[in-house]
Design a protein around this ligand. Structure first.
Ligand SMILES: Nc1ncnc2c1ncn2[C@@H]1O[C@H](COP(=O)(O)OP(=O)(O)OP(=O)(O)O)[C@@H](O)[C@H]1O
Length: 276
């Protein structure tokens, strides 16, 4: 089943800036997709259109193979904006976490259990009774993601979900997204950083500066295509470019993969030395 199907999306801001030009994008339920592109490529604009927060000038988006607009699917689609403060508008973080379930008439005991789980999962103990504007940028990011997940959506649209987040809490967020995806949630993440992509996605949609799709394909295919990445203004992942520069035609996408390749290379060198 499709989680979403976007046909020929065009969007320009009132000042005439074309942000999206002819986006064709079908995402299957359960996929993990990264929207990758340089600053200004239109990633945030695309996510806001997919979330139904903006209307395209032309083209349309359908969800879950239904005729329901995004507005009618607030229990199934969650969008976390690039600025997490935009998602936190209640007096306390706890109230922000309660807001979504309350809007959807989730049973109170069930909502409380969800919020206790999310508070622990996103390391928000000690922060839930604070006003959101008193949180640091990284803390706000975690609070906003937890609030988005409180409605247990089927489709997650996350705009740069680990910007401002320290390394330990990045893993917290990645693990949380993995758990949702393993349970069937479709996860769409935007980022300007190719280094991040292998950890969060299996497929990459690469946007160019004109707001069009330059490439759409499996992570390995797109991230090892240095020419196209550089053409659109994105640096290839450091691991990929380092191994490619050293002559590898099968560069690793993760540190674990790199360690394995280096061990294999070192074992091969040892064998050659022994033979000599
Ligand atoms: N409110 C606005 N009015 C006019 N132009 C805008 C507005 N918001 C964004 N833009 C322009 O639309 C284009 C796409 O912006 P968008 O924020 O979607 O890019 P992005 O890929 O998310 O960038 P970044 O990586 O910097 O977050 C850019 O050229 C930007 O300057």
């Amino acid at each position: 089943m499709n989680a979403l199907d976007a046909r020929d999306l065009q969007f320009a801001y009132p000042d005439g800036t074309t942000a999206l030009d002819g986006i064709e994008l079908t995402i299957e339920a359960g996929e993990r997709v990264a929207i990758l592109g340089p600053n200004g490529a239109g990633k945030s604009t695309l996510l806001s259109l997919l979330a139904g927060l903006r209307e395209p000038a032309s083209g349309d988006v359908t969800y879950f193979e239904t005729d329901d607009p995004a507005d009618a699917l607030r229990d199934r689609i969650a969008h976390c904006p690039q600025a997490p403060a935009d998602y936190l508008f209640n007096a306390t973080v706890r109230e922000d976490l309660e807001y979504g379930p309350a809007q959807l008439d989730v049973d109170r005991a069930d909502a409380e259990a969800r919020i206790a789980d999310l508070t622990a999962e996103f390391d928000l103990d000690g922060l839930v009774d604070k006003p959101p504007f008193r949180l640091s940028g990284g803390e706000q990011r975690r609070a906003a993601l937890a609030a988005a997940l409180a409605v247990e959506p089927d489709l997650l649209l996350l705009d740069e979900p680990v910007a401002d987040v320290d390394a330990g809490h990045r893993e917290t967020i990645f693990d949380a997204l993995d758990r949702r995806n393993e349970a069937g949630t479709t996860v769409v993440v935007s980022t300007p950083s190719a280094d991040l992509v292998p950890r969060v996605a299996d497929r990459v949609v690469l946007l160019d500066r004109a707001g069009s799709i330059a490439r759409d394909g499996p992570v390995r295919d797109v991230l090892t295509d240095g020419t196209t990445l550089r053409d659109v203004g994105v640096s290839p992942p450091r691991l990929v470019s380092t191994f490619q520069r050293a002559g590898s035609d099968d560069p690793p996408l993760s540190v674990e993969d790199a360690v394995e390749k280096l061990r294999a290379f070192s074992a091969e060198s040892d064998e050659m030395t022994d033979e000599q």
